[in-house]
Design a protein around this ligand. Sequence first.
Ligand code: GTP
Ligand code: MG
Length: 231
Amino acid sequence: MDTTLVIPTYNEADNIPVLVAKVFEAFNSKNLNGYVLIVDDDSPDQTWRVAEDLQAKYPKLSVLRRQDKRGLSSAVLDGFAMANTDVIGVIDADLSHPPEKIPELVTPIINGDADFTLGSRYINQGGIENWPLRRKISSKIATLAVLGLTKVKDPMSGFFFLKKDLIKNVELSPKGFKIGLEILVRSNCKKVKEIPIVFRDREYGESKLSSNVILDYLIHVSKLYVYKILT
Ligand SMILES: Nc1nc2c(ncn2[C@@H]2O[C@H](COP(=O)(O)OP(=O)(O)OP(=O)(O)O)[C@@H](O)[C@H]2O)c(=O)[nH]1
Ligand SMILES: [Mg+2]
C-alpha cells in the first residue's frame, strides 16, 4: 500500500524545504512508498514556487497551486481527491508535527490494524512544547466540547492518516478548519489508533488562523452534534 501525504500551505516558503526533506527521510527509513502533495493557495511568499523547485530533487513530490480557492480544510480535501494511493494523510507545514512519526502512523493502516491514525498530544508520552498557557487552556476546552462526538483523546489533531476508502461515500464539509474531526465523526470510524506526538509551536512564519476561529469552531461542532443526533 502506498501513501500520499498532503501538506496544505499558505506562506510557508521557509518551512517547506526542511519539512519535505524530513518527510522523505521518514518514508525511506522504513521503506515506505510515499508521495507528497503540497496544496498551496497561491501564497504571496510564493511557497508554490519553492515547492515546484524542489520537484527536481524529489520525483515523488507534486504541487497543486490553487488560484481560485482559500481554506485549510478545502485544501486538504482537494489534496485527498487528487491522491491515488490507498493511504492518505496530512501534516502541518510549519514543523509543529514531528515528521519522524510518519512511519508509526502509516504502518497500522497498511497492516490492517487501523483505518485512521493520528498524532495525539493528549495521551501518555504526548505533549505540547512552548505553547502559552492561554493556548493550552483553549485547546483543552475545544477538546472537551467534542466529548459527545468521539472517544478520541485528541480529535483536533491536524496530523493524521486514513485509508482512502474510509471516506469514499462520505459527504464532508470543508467549512470548519478541523477536517480530521469532520472525517472521524462523519465516517463513524471505529478503528482509530492514537500515536503520541510532541507538538511544537511554529518556528518560522505566522499563524493563518483569524479571530473568527472560535465562532467557526462552535458552528462546526454544533453541526456535527446535529448530524450525530440525526443518524
Ligand atoms: N492551502 C492552505 N493552507 C493553509 C491555509 N490556512 C492555513 N494553512 C496551512 O495549514 C497548516 C496549519 O495552519 P497554521 O497557521 O499553522 O495553524 P495553527 O497551527 O493552528 O496556528 P500556529 O500555532 O500559529 O501555527 C499550515 O501548514 C498552514 O500553512 C489556507 O487557507 N490554505
Ligand atoms: Mg501551526
